[in-house]
Design a protein around this ligand. Structure first.
Ligand SMILES: [Zn+2]
Length: 257
């Protein structure tokens, strides 16, 4: 028997920067939230090294996106942008403290695209923190953080926490473990992405980057169509990892098709 005292988080997405969760999983987050699941996003850094926009501007954009997706809550830590380090005791401790506050059933890291070093490091940091959160003998502090005013408050910490499953947003070249049909949630995902005008737009004189090139959004749609073909639906998002999935029963609906 594990996972006692769950208080209000079915799924927690942990990613380095505001907009990573929306890029990788915006449709799934909206889908689960619209079905009453309590979905949280944690951004590990303030994105202070961003080419365009200040941390406060990005956090304001994240508030709009969070509202669109129907998140239960969103929190931003102040880990150093560009220097997320899985072996760092302080960084691990802050994520441990976050897990013990939110007590999520599932944790998903949104590391894609993986060319950014923080995107490579985050799944490793979270993996370590998920393990260490079980060890009552270490009680690190959460440290400086920002809480989305439109969402829930952070609960008081439990002494330990054990998540049920840990996944990552599936990179293009990996095999997915789970696929979510986001066909009816694509519009919400694109609206959530559009909330990050400083990152995805070029109209306000932003410096050109990989992600404000229109080809980037086209690539996100192409990926959703590729996963959708695998799922037998128009558009899907994919998770990998998590170990083998144990089902209680046949899933709803399309198994008769
Ligand atoms: Zn990022």
């Amino acid at each position: 028997m594990i996972n006692t005292e769950a208080v209000g988080c079915d799924l927690l997405v942990v990613s380095p920067h505001t907009d990573d969760a929306e890029i990788g999983l915006g449709g799934t987050l909206h889908r689960l939230a619209s079905r009453g699941r309590r979905v949280w996003v944690a951004d590990l850094t303030r994105g202070e090294l961003a080419t365009n926009a200040t941390p406060d501007e990005r956090w304001a954009e994240a508030a709009v996106a969070s509202e669109i997706l129907g998140l239960a809550g969103r929190v931003q830590l102040e880990l150093p942008d560009g220097f997320i380090a899985p072996d760092d005791r302080d960084q691990t401790g802050r994520v441990v403290a976050l897990l013990r506050r939110l007590r999520p059933r599932w944790v998903v890291t949104a590391p894609d695209p993986v060319r950014h070093p923080d995107h490579v490091a985050t799944p490793l940091l979270v993996r370590r923190a998920v393990f260490m959160a079980r060890l009552q003998g270490w009680q690190p502090e959460l440290g400086a953080h920002h809480l989305w005013a439109g969402g829930a408050a952070l609960p008081a910490p439990a002494a330990r926490w054990e998540v049920e499953a840990r996944f990552a947003v599936c990179p293009d070249d990996s095999a997915p473990t789970l696929l979510f049909d986001i066909s009816e949630h694509w519009e919400a995902k694109t609206r959530a992405l559009a909330a990050y005008a400083s990152q995805f737009g070029r109209d306000a004189g932003q410096t050109p980057t990989t992600i404000n090139d229109p080809a980037f959004l086209a690539r996100i749609e192409r990926r959703a169509r590729t996963w959708g073909r695998r799922a037998g639906v128009p558009l899907a998002e994919a998770l990998c990892g998590g170990g083998a999935t144990v089902l209680d029963d046949l899933p709803d609906a399309r198994w008769g098709a």
